[in-house]
Design a protein around this ligand. Structure first.
Ligand SMILES: C[S@@+](CC[C@H](N)C(=O)[O-])C[C@H]1O[C@@H](n2cnc3c(N)ncnc32)[C@H](O)[C@@H]1O
Length: 276
């Protein structure tokens, strides 16, 4: 009997001998992440709401997903996504506003929009009259959405953006020409939404990330959305509330999972609720 056969027989009879090899193989899927974590720990200043780009494959999948929802050619969606990624004026605005902000110690001087590129592409495709984003934080999503509305305006489609946030210091990136397209309404989001009187065409939930609060936001806006409104959930990677709300209101639901490029964060996603 040759050596390989003997090894096989021993390993077959004593399965615990296979454990180290199997464990090392499984760990090889995660080792790269630990290197990224160490590099990020030393280079980045961010403590939450991380900045990263998406992988090219993920951008292709994002465009295809939005194309299925909006029935617009995915090549057009890719054009919109690249328009945002290559908007040097917007990037310069974000860097300048970040450097002026009292929170700059906790920010990286780089601009990448991650899954918000999907929000942008929806805003460019749908040409919404009213966009609401609940929970704006620094305002990166807000300023990006306002830049979409400014582009829509150049093409003859007017639109307004409203952000909500409980933190009076939130939204500092929404300034300059971008603030002409929208504003932040400060206070508890549910209260703000209860008092909101305009019909919402594009709604993005990203405030209090508890599933219960998220669901209450959807219930609050149920009768305030236009017939073909699209609702995006930033909590859908951890909560099924937008999917449940979609079933209850006879809407369709899809989930796009984002894949950050060169970052340890496993990624969140976009829950998409839409009429068929
Ligand atoms: C994840 S961050 C939002 C990120 C942002 N949408 C973006 O694109 O970067 C969540 C934000 O929700 C706000 N928030 C938390 N609870 C809230 C509430 N009850 N009402 C309004 N805003 C709330 C926080 O102050 C925080 O700025």
């Amino acid at each position: 009997m040759n050596l390989e056969k003997i090894k096989y027989k021993i390993s077959h009879r004593l399965p615990f001998l296979r454990i180290p090899k199997r464990v090392l193989y499984a760990m090889s899927y995660y080792n790269k992440k630990y290197i990224q974590i160490l590099k990020w720990g030393m280079r980045s200043r961010e403590t939450a709401n991380y900045t990263y780009d998406l992988t090219e494959q993920n951008i292709l999948y994002l465009a295809q997903t939005i194309s299925v929802v909006t029935r617009i050619d995915s090549k057009k969606i890719i054009e919109y996504i690249n328009e945002a990624r290559n908007n040097e004026q917007l990037k310069e605005h974000i860097i300048t506003a970040t450097m002026k902000s009292p929170h700059k110690e906790y920010a990286d001087l780089r601009v990448d929009f991650g899954r918000r590129l999907g929000w942008y592409a929806f805003a460019r495709t749908l040409k919404p009259k009213i966009i609401v984003e609940t929970g704006v934080d620094k305002g990166i999503g807000s300023v990006l959405l306002c830049s979409a509305l400014l582009k829509n305006k150049e093409e003859g489609f007017d639109g307004l953006f409203y952000g909500t946030d409980i933190n009076p210091e939130a939204g500092y990136l929404l300034s300059g020409k971008y603030a002409e397209a929208g504003k932040i309404l400060y206070g508890d989001s549910i209260k703000t939404l209860s008092e909101f009187t305009e019909k919402i065409d594009l709604f993005i939930n990203d405030s209090d990330h508890s599933a219960d609060y998220e669901y209450r936001e959807y219930i609050t806006i149920r009768d305030k959305i236009s017939e073909n409104a699209i609702l995006l959930g930033d909590n859908s990677h951890v909560s099924d509330k937008l999917a449940i709300f979609s079933i209850e209101t006879k809407r369709n639901f899809l989930f796009f999972r984002e894949e950050p490029g060169g970052h340890w964060y496993p990624g969140a996603g976009i829950g998409i609720s839409f009429k068929g």
